[in-house]
Write a protein that binds this ligand. Structure first.
Ligand code: NAP
Length: 313
């Protein structure tokens, strides 16, 4: 068997088109210009690439916004001041503070300072709580898990990738590798919801899990989010499995441009021969994450306009 590719590039292009159409309609019919402000502190090379890519993609779909780049020495108080100003600025609908922050800044404090109504990354404790209580939303369109609020972009993008490839989730065994606050935990919360498009039986494995393979071999869908290059081998999954690879790992490769290349947490070539469907790295979950960020921002603009009484009742 050679697996079908779960193509995040194509799925995200479709979402970006929907987002662009939504933005054009909001501008024309209600005079709203959805806007995303991204805040980057310091010079972390990966964060610079990610934030530039997010800013460029948001411009491409017609979204307004800004990329605020602050020096590494920015104090916590100064950053809280910037976020506070963005919270009060009615033109700004979505705020994203890029992680990781420099070690002298308490990331939790900063994330809690973002207005939950502008928290398009879905990391504010209020949105995290809403998600756990089944009150967060993934995406628009038929089959989307139908909750009001913001779900974190990577988990929401994974659910959307499965949905757009008609991979059934309800009643399936899903094995998630990794329990981080940005991927594993919110993903488990989304997939276990009692809702159409969810309803999975979820197992979350981590570094203290015993006999990890016994869990992955049982799973209909394996989702690897560990940050461990090519960790998931063919003998760890069963025939006909669906595999989502969230990992982004740089490995040395003297033949590649720049001397390294990016691989996922799954041994792609070997696992692909056993799987029914698999997402590649790059070109799988990554583009979906950005698409969901844009989708969340449009949603934030709609909600703000409704709250201000300029939208439909
Ligand atoms: N494509 C995207 O848009 C996107 C977005 C976010 C993250 N990522 C990528 O996804 C990966 C995970 O990111 P993250 O932020 O969730 O990472 P993280 O915070 O480092 O969490 C990694 C998780 O994997 C678990 N883990 C690590 N090694 C393990 C092992 N050998 N056996 C079992 N469990 C193990 C850890 O267990 P413990 O909790 O016990 O330590 C932890 O729960 C990274 O490669 C990251 O770059 C991609």
């Amino acid at each position: 068997m050679t697996a079908r590719l779960l193509d995040g590039k194509a799925a995200s292009a479709a979402i970006r088109k929907e987002v662009a159409d939504g933005i054009a309609a909001l501008r024309k019919e209600r005079g709203i210009a959805p806007s995303l402000t991204i805040v980057l502190v310091g010079r972390d090379p990966a964060s610079q690439v990610y934030t530039r890519s997010k800013a460029r993609t948001s411009r491409e779909v017609g979204m307004g916004g800004d990329l605020i780049q602050l020096p590494e020495e920015t104090s916590q108080e100064e950053l809280l001041g910037v976020v506070g100003r963005l919270n009060r600025d009615a033109v700004v609908h979505g705020i994203l503070v890029q992680l990781p922050l420099p070690p002298h800044i308490d990331a939790g404090k900063i994330l809690e300072s973002v207005d939950p109504a502008k928290d398009v990354d879905g990391f504010h404790p209020l949105n995290a709580g809403r998600l756990l209580l089944a009150r967060a939303r993934t995406a628009s369109g038929p089959g989307a898990i139908p909750f009001p609020g913001f779900a974190p972009c990577t988990p929401a993008g994974i659910v959307e990738l499965l949905r757009r490839h008609q991979v059934p989730i309800g009643g399936r065994e899903v094995g998630i590798l990794g329990r981080s606050n940005i991927v594993g935990k919110p993903l488990a919360a989304l997939l276990m919801q009692k809702a159409r498009g969810a309803n999975a039986t979820v197992t979350v494995a981590h570094s203290a899990t015993r006999d990890l393979s016994s869990h992955t071999r049982r799973a209909d869908i394996v989702i690897a989010a560990m940050g461990s290059p090519r960790f998931v081998k063919a003998d760890m999954v069963r025939d006909g499995v669906v595999v989502i690879d969230v990992g982004i790992n740089r490995i040395a490769d003297p033949t590649a441009k720049g001397g390294y290349r990016t691989v996922g947490d799954v041994d792609f070539d070997a696992v692909r021969r056993k799987a029914k469907a698999i997402s590649p790295v790059p070109g799988g979950v990554g583009p979906m994450t950005i698409a969901m960020l844009l989708s969340n921002t449009v949603r934030a603009a709609e909600l703000a306009s409704r709250a201000a009484g300029t939208g439909p009742t």
